[in-house]
Write a protein that binds this ligand. Structure first.
Ligand SMILES: [Fe+2]
Ligand SMILES: [Fe+2]
Length: 332
């Protein structure tokens, strides 16, 4: 049987997307600094219609932002797709501003990324999505370089909405931290960041009923869920110019150092280094994040579990380096 035969003929999108998603993308209001003139129009959703709320060139008073924040559930504020680059430039400018401290910068970067992630994961053109994710990864790398303490801030900000996007972003940020601790150069880090961001892209082809199911999965559902590395590879193979390293982060991230992972039961160094990194950061994030079916572990408990009960599953040198990353985050 070929892998392609295993992909459902009608892959379901893994998030319900709002109407008009081809013309607007969501933003978080927390990415807009009070009293700064905006360079793009902002819309709100009223009765399923996008209504112009703030014109480019106007600004939001701080008092107003506070009142609006109460209403910002993550699905209320929008920008037109054609202003995406303007919005990204705006975020970039904020990253370079002397007026903001690393905490505010981390917050803006994080919130703007979640909004763009939605768009990236829904994008049928995977090449375009990968390319568009590169500036996000570069922003993360720059912020880590200029303000190492900001990495902890970026992680701690996650968790209130859009599980899959937050998970992918967290795994990417932890992986960048781990890659840096392992001495990777900027170019390799960028590749690793993109690979980690898209490690679960194959979940696009897993039914939403399984992805969103509360409680345990049946054996058959679990088998379907375990297909996501293969589905991911199929998606990536359909698009030229995606590097083998990025594909490996996706296809091999559920392999185990001891050889009892899936789908290929690779052993130790047979597993691509990017996939060995993502195996660690993926498990760590899953253990420490609130999911529908479990209670999050504390960072200490998660690390202890990976070290003791799950010993043998991970590259021991990389696991050691992960401690130093978590220690840095904790200190920050
Ligand atoms: Fe996965
Ligand atoms: Fe994952």
């Amino acid at each position: 049987m070929f892998i392609a035969d295993l992909v459902p003929s009608n892959p379901l999108p893994w998030q319900n997307f709002p109407m008009d998603s081809t013309t607007y993308f969501r933003i978080r209001l927390s990415t807009i600094r009070p009293d700064k003139v905006t360079s793009f129009d902002i819309y709100i959703l009223v009765d399923g219609k996008h209504i112009l709320y703030l014109r480019a060139g106007d600004k939001l008073a701080s008092g107003k932002i506070k009142t609006l924040h109460g209403r910002d559930t993550g699905d209320s504020f929008f920008v037109r797709i054609e202003d995406k680059q303007t919005y990204r430039d705006w975020v970039k400018e904020e990253m370079n501003s002397d007026l903001l401290n690393p905490f505010d910068k981390a917050k803006i970067l994080r919130e703007s990324s979640v909004a763009l992630m939605e768009d990236l994961f829904e994008n049928p053109d995977v090449n375009k999505a990968l390319d568009e994710s590169r500036p996000i990864i570069t922003d993360f790398i720059d912020l880590m370089e200029n303000a190492p303490e900001a990495m902890g801030f970026m992680i701690s900000l996650s968790g209130h909405d859009f599980y899959t996007y937050n998970h992918s972003l967290d795994v990417s940020i932890y992986s960048l931290g781990l890659g840096k601790a392992l001495g990777y150069d900027a170019k390799t880090l960028e590749e690793l960041g993109v690979g980690a961001l898209f490690h679960d892209i194959g979940k696009r082809s897993v039914s939403l009923d399984i992805l969103c199911k509360k409680g345990g999965l049946t054996d058959a559902e679990w088998e379907q869920m375990k297909m996501h590395p293969q589905y991911g590879l199929v998606i990536m193979n359909n698009h030229p110019n995606i590097s083998d390293a990025i594909k490996a982060a996706c296809f091999e991230h559920h392999e185990s150092w001891a050889g009892n992972g899936y789908p290929q039961q690779l052993v130790a160094e047979e597993i691509h280094p990017f996939a060995r990194i993502v195996a660690i950061t993926d498990t760590y994030d899953a253990m420490t994040t609130q999911r529908s079916y479990n209670v999050p572990m504390t960072p200490m408990d998660a690390v202890a579990m990976m070290k003791e009960k799950l010993a043998g599953r991970y590259d021991p040198d990389m696991l050691k380096a992960m401690y130093s990353v978590l220690f840095k985050i904790k200190v920050a």
